[in-house]
Ligand binder design. Structure first.
Ligand SMILES: [Zn+2]
Length: 261
């Protein structure tokens, strides 16, 4: 029997899935993927993710505005996110966080939205999906401020690309750390070294579909079924059986997002 998997981060509202989402979900099920978290990036994308989750049993949704999109957000967009957050299949707020790489949104505005997402998640008892690119010290600083005020947060650092020290700071505050296809790339030894520092009970797997598919399907459009490749890579890295790593990461994802078995 295939080990049960959960893809903790996919953008199934992306136009690249417009034509064949039912087939994509069938392939995911055939690969053992029991659940996929479809992650929002804007207010309209939040509404689409919620709608997709209501249409497909295997999907749960997040709602939020990704840091690269906060500058373009209309005045009512945040209200829409707040309206959607209490939906039955909404398991998390995000993706939120900070990004200096793309520089699409003023940094102070990104910080404002990140703080709003953290507050919204606590108000509604939802997990938080955190995006961090070239802003590790600032993300850790804001998480620490939140942690010192309110205690541990149910959250994941998604598709982490940074340093072991950042992972350690997040782990110390109770966060989960998630790895995407990049960890399978030949030139990603530094990232695999970071992965090895993460305790198995805090490790998650994701695809970040449709982007950055794992080896050996690297050049294809990424889709949830491929989370099996990233799981296999991490199992080899930790020198554990793939079924054991799948069981552990699936258990972790259920705990973080409050998913039923
Ligand atoms: Zn994402």
């Amino acid at each position: 029997m295939l080990p049960e998997l959960i893809d903790t981060h996919a953008h199934l509202d992306d136009e690249k899935f417009h034509d064949d989402l039912p087939e994509v979900l069938q392939r995911a099920a055939a690969a053992g993927v029991r659940r996929t978290v479809t992650v929002a990036t804007t207010a309209p994308s939040s509404a689409t993710c919620v709608a997709l989750a209501s249409q497909h049993a295997a999907l749960v949704a997040t709602v939020g505005i990704q840091p690269n999109h906060v500058a373009e957000a209309a005045p009512n967009d945040w209200d829409e996110v707040v309206r959607l957050v209490s939906g039955e299949k909404v398991v998390a707020v995000g993706e939120t966080g900070l990004d200096r790489y793309w520089d699409y949104s003023p940094f102070a505005q990104q910080e404002d939205y990140f703080a709003r997402h953290l507050e919204l998640a606590r108000q509604h008892d939802r997990a938080v999906v955190i995006h961090c690119r070239e802003a590790e010290a600032d993300v850790v600083r804001m998480l620490r401020t939140d942690y010192e005020r309110h205690g541990p947060l149910r959250a994941v650092m998604h598709s982490i690309t940074g340093h072991a020290a950042t992972a350690a700071a997040c782990l110390a505050m109770g966060l989960y750390i998630s790895f995407a296809g990049m960890v399978t790339y030949k030139n990603a030894q530094a990232l695999r070294d970071v992965a090895k520092t993460v305790p198995l009970d805090r490790l998650l797997v994701e695809t970040d579909s449709p982007y950055l598919a794992p080896v050996p399907v690297r050049c294809k459009r990424n889709e949830p079924a491929y989370v099996a490749h990233t799981t296999a890579c991490l199992a080899a890295l930790f020198d554990v059986h793939v079924a054991a790593l799948a069981a552990q990461t699936t258990h972790n994802a259920r705990t973080l997002f409050g998913l039923p078995a």
